[in-house]
Design a protein around this ligand. Structure first.
Ligand code: ADP
Length: 297
């Protein structure tokens, strides 16, 4: 039902007392290796909720790639579309200091080698999907090819993260464009109004059929050009432990429910609950809830 076209990374995390200055070496904690990347996060989040999910991505022929494939398969994701080789698996080198602040270096690796040709070769996967969810941790030409090759009935959900310029052709295909506050400000630039209520119509004016703006603990705003509506969905109050991956869990849940035929507002009301559940536990993929855990909120 859901096809995620996106990145797969190994997150390599070391806790440090402080970051090294140039030329300096510091000692850190034991290394923790977690499967991550926005694409792999989303497909895993959807599968954990019970969605029939496939992932189109590229990993290296290495241990990190195998870790990603294994975690996806264990969650029930169809990994036939995960290509192997061409470059090392994408890696995020993350240091975390005692205050919880991160410094991150990303090596896109194999994610940068997911090509438009790979998308064309996956035509059956694209044709079978009710919804395709895309982010921007893969080459822009690959995103554009995905948009062009989607089936006539296939709905496209795009989270422009990390923020980058979007061609009009891609913007026009989004239904919805899903952004957090940072991404909304990037896209709107100096033209951004003061509040998210101002951003929603400004984003719609750029071409997407609908827009969802996630607002952290405040939930999400949903704007639909078809119904000319603007709705605020509040998030359940939870004790936030770690917000890593909340946006990915949100978008995966939204895309899955849209594919099942939910209206945008209903799908977003479900997604804010999934996002809230995801912040109550540590980590990204480790924190993604099952349907039972969402219902228990
Ligand atoms: P991102 O992770 O992309 O920055 P947000 O921070 O907006 O995105 O979070 C995405 C969704 O996760 C929100 O819409 C909300 O449903 C949920 N969420 C995030 N932080 C919290 C929080 N502190 N309490 C409850 N829900 C949260």
């Amino acid at each position: 039902d859901l096809l995620v076209v996106g990145s797969a990374n190994a997150d390599l995390v070391i806790g440090v007392e402080r970051r090294p200055a140039p030329g300096e070496t510091v000692l850190g904690s034991d290394l923790a290796v977690h499967p991550g990347g926005k694409g792999a996060n989303q497909s895993l989040a959807a599968a954990r909720l019970g969605a029939r999910t496939a992932l189109l991505a590229r990993v290296g022929d290495d241990g990190h790639g195998r870790l990603l494939l294994e975690s996806q398969r264990a969650a029930g994701v169809d990994t036939d579309g995960v290509l192997v080789g061409g470059a090392p698996t994408g890696v995020a080198l993350i240091t975390v200091d005692p205050s919880g602040d991160n410094s991150i270096v990303v090596s896109p690796g194999a994610n940068g080698r997911l090509t438009p040709e790979d998308v064309r070769a996956a035509a059956p996967l694209l044709a079978a999907a009710r919804v395709i969810s895309v982010q921007l941790e893969i080459p822009p030409a690959t995103v554009a090819e995905t948009v062009r090759r989607r089936g006539p009935e296939t709905r496209l959900v795009l989270n422009p993260s990390p923020p980058a310029p979007l061609p009009a052709e891609v913007l026009a295909a989004c239904d919805p464009l899903v952004v957090n506050e940072h991404e909304a400000r990037y896209i709107l630039g100096d033209g951004a109004g003061r509040t998210p209520q101002d951003w929603a119509p400004a984003l719609l004016a750029l071409g997407p059929r609908s827009v969802v703006i996630t607002l952290g603990a405040a939930g999400a705003l949903v704007a639909d050009s078809r119904t000319d509506s603007l709705d605020h969905l509040v998030s359940p109050e939870v004790e936030a432990v770690d917000t890593t991956g909340a946006g990915d869990a949100f978008t995966a849940a939204l895309a899955w429910r849209l594919g099942r035929g939910d209206a945008l507002r209903e799908a977003a009301a479900f997604a804010v609950r999934v996002g809230a559940a995801a912040v109550t536990a540590r980590g990204a993929q480790e924190s993604f809830p099952t349907l039972e855990e969402v219902d228990a909120l």
